[in-house]
Design a protein around this ligand. Sequence first.
Ligand code: C2O
Ligand code: CU
Ligand code: CU
Length: 462
Amino acid sequence: MIDRRTFLSLACGLPAALLPGTAATGPRLVRRRLRAVRAGRLVLGREVEAMLYDGRLPGPVLELEEGDRLELRFENALAEPTNLHFHGMRIPPAGRADNVFLEIPPGERFTYAFDIPEGEAGTYWYHPHRHGTIARQMWAGLAGAIVVRGPVDRMPELDGCDERVVMLRDIDVDDAGLARHTPNDWHKGKEGRFLLANGAFEPVWRMRAGTARLRLINASNARYLRLALSDRRPLFLIATDGHFLEKPVDLDELLLTPAQRADILVRFEDGRDIDLLALHYNRGAPTPRLLNRYVLRMRPVPGARPLPLPDRLAEVPRPDLRAVAVRREITMAMFLVNGRNYRHDRTDIVARAGDLECWRVANVGTMDHNFHLHTWYFQVARLNGRPPPFRAWHDTVNLRPGEVAELLVPLVRETGRTVFHCHIAEHGDRGMMGNIEVGRGDRPPSGASVILAPQPEICRPG
Ligand code: C2O
Ligand code: CU
Ligand code: CU
């Protein structure tokens, strides 16, 4: 006897599990609702008129497992259009997934739906991405964390940690409430004097285990965070931008630029409090000093002993520079990518799915800019000609004035049209952004005007 399922699988040459509706256990369906609202909220003792997800600062954490299917019923209860971007997630950049070209009018609902891929456990975040209003809406409070868990998170050395999502953002208030953008803020990026951790100023946390795992997210518009621990204890970096390193790397300090994430382990060796500190960083623009004594204080439970450090986290295979199919040069300067301001209807990069590309990104301006690519992520092959100290995946990388990064970008799995930009929110809104369209090899995208054309002489191996 051959049943219908076996017949179909034989007929199509596909394993039965890949046929729709036949798998014994399908993906777990996670249904959530999310509402963007205007709401008053008390910040630093002042009532401010904010824009918030579900009325919270930051928005609720979306907790997911690899392989889940998310159905997110989103309602725009703001007085202006908005949309959602799932920053760092490798999901389709179109349809009901990470489609930043959508616009959800005030009062309307939209259901986002997508599958969380296997192997992508990590720390991500969501925020509005309607070009031109991103900075204002984020500054007003719209941002939330996404945590995707997978097998690596279940190893005892990580599972036993006191794990916290730490959304960091700076803010400022004046007599009128939330400080508004000044013309100068639109140039340098909006910053405030108070750094909040999960919406709180200088919180003190009681830690339940001898090791803390902090999923740090810099959700600031423009604030660069040079993070360190009190007494200059080492922190152990285990993941960058949602992807595990091969093994923990101990650091004295960590630069987290807007939109970047870092998962770190903090070990309570001697039972004493440990503060997370934000040190001053000069990004080439006048920056108001933070008034925080510390970002947050961690108070370990008496007698807690740190867990052993994991010695192996994940494979981070190094793409081979000799396998690069296409090389491009991208320059960044104030509000310009390769000398041009953003246009919705222009395609700046036309690429082919499956290709490994190398992008030589140069900051030709006078302040730091951080380069972010949607949908696909990359490794830094060389920064200013030198390989980085350890291999890591990134979706956002910082460039100081004059710096040049060579990025290896495998354009795998997804196809479609999306954007890359400077993640200083005001710079992106002001046009430091471009469109990329990745098509199947036999069908190059139509109507494309390629600005960032291939340049075979850059990114050479050796
Ligand atoms: Cu946080 Cu275009 O992204
Ligand atoms: Cu993004
Ligand atoms: Cu910039």
